[in-house]
Design a protein around this ligand. Structure first.
Ligand SMILES: Cc1cc2nc3c(=O)[nH]c(=O)nc-3n(C[C@H](O)[C@H](O)[C@H](O)COP(=O)(O)OP(=O)(O)OC[C@H]3O[C@@H](n4cnc5c(N)ncnc54)[C@H](O)[C@@H]3O)c2cc1C
Length: 320
């Protein structure tokens, strides 16, 4: 059965409670898994790119909903301090700023759905965004902003110990590694940033990179100031541990070394996920880290989300 959710958000909906668009939200939470809802635009992913796209579309009066499988705010919500977001001279907490962005978008009527989008297909002139639990959202255009997939090392032990010490990193769980020795694998800005952050809690951080570090000068200077970070050259060839990580094996010039660590943060780059790449066609717009570009920053993702929203609106006008 197809249920068409009508009604355009006014500038300040009377049914707004604590910044939450109650009507839209409740309707979606109560919906049965097999029901189909129809929107102007469905956004997949509630990080900076998705929220910015949602704000732009909702403010322009487009019936828009955003599908998020975890927490609205995305990766940025997990950063304790963002220093390069314009407008915050002293830096800002990722969680705090993402809450503001979310509140602003909801104020204009952006709805959200908790769910895991698994496919985008076109049928009978509309895009069908299917969720893992069987629900289906129908829209005239789609913005895909699910972030990037972290690359994996592909070494023995990595997959088995994922979640048991092997992680792609998150700033907000760094205190968990207080007084432990941890490894960060990667030589780019994200890895260096994570190593500096972990150094505040961990007893020692082993930063393992295959080549020279590729971070900007300020980060490298801060890294040098961290007395408990040691930079190791080489390639991780194995992660050891029975039920949790206990060591990594690093190979350099044919020699293997074993480093005892409690966690391995794998930060060797990210790429667009395969289903996102497969879904791209006219009317489906990709924004933020999901594009797979190297400029992975909050402000870039937000600008990208806005641009995708503008393109989606133009697309809808052209389809009339
Ligand atoms: C360690 C680290 C440090 C960083 N430091 C900085 C910094 O100092 N400054 C800065 O500007 N940037 C920094 N970044 C980068 C910044 O966090 C990202 O560039 C930004 O969050 C990307 O936004 P996004 O919206 O594209 O994706 P994300 O923030 O990744 O959000 C994507 C969202 O989509 C959701 N999602 C994914 N798949 C689905 C699906 N199938 N269905 C529904 N929802 C889905 C996810 O749960 C997530 O909430 C850092 C990143 C890391 C990892």
């Amino acid at each position: 059965m197809a249920i068409v959710v009508r009604g355009k958000a006014t500038k300040q909906p009377s049914w707004e409670l604590c910044g939450i668009n109650v009507a839209t939200h409740t309707r979606l939470l109560l919906s049965k898994p097999t029901e189909t809802h129809t929107w102007d635009v469905v956004i997949v992913g509630g990080g900076p790119a998705g929220i910015a796209a949602g704000l732009q579309l909702a403010r322009a009066g487009r019936r828009t909903t955003l599908v998020e499988r975890a927490m609205v705010g995305g990766q940025a919500r997990r950063l304790d301090h963002i220093e390069n977001l314009p407008g915050w001279p002293k830096g800002v907490s990722g969680r705090g700023v993402m809450r503001l962005w979310e509140r602003q978008a909801r104020r204009w009527g952006l709805g959200t759905v908790t769910g895991d989008a698994v496919s985008v297909r076109k049928s009978e002139g509309a895009f069908k965004v299917r969720l893992a639990d069987g629900r289906c959202l129908s829209a005239g255009a789609v913005v895909l902003a699910p972030g990037a997939c972290f690359k994996t090392l592909g070494v023995p032990g990595e997959r088995r110990l994922f979640g048991k010490g092997v992680t792609h990193g998150a700033f907000d769980d760094a205190p968990r590694w207080s007084h432990r020795v941890v490894a960060v694998v990667g030589g780019g800005e994200t890895a260096v940033h994570q190593a500096i952050h972990l150094a505040r809690w961990a007893r020692r951080v082993e930063l393992i990179a295959r080549g020279p570090l590729r971070a900007h000068d300020l980060l490298l200077r801060r890294l040098r100031d961290c007395a408990n970070v040691s930079v190791q050259s080489g390639r991780v060839v194995r992660i050891l541990g029975k039920n949790k990580v206990c060591a990594v094996v690093v190979r350099q010039d044919g020699q293997d070394r074993r480093l005892g660590v409690s966690a391995v943060f794998v930060l060797i780059g990210a790429q667009a996920s395969a289903w996102v790449r497969r879904s791209v066609r006219p009317g489906v717009f990709v924004a933020g880290d999901a594009r797979g570009a190297i400029e992975r920053q909050v402000a870039v993702a937000a600008g990208d989300g806005m641009a995708a929203a503008v393109r989606a609106m133009r697309w809808l006008q052209e389809q009339r």
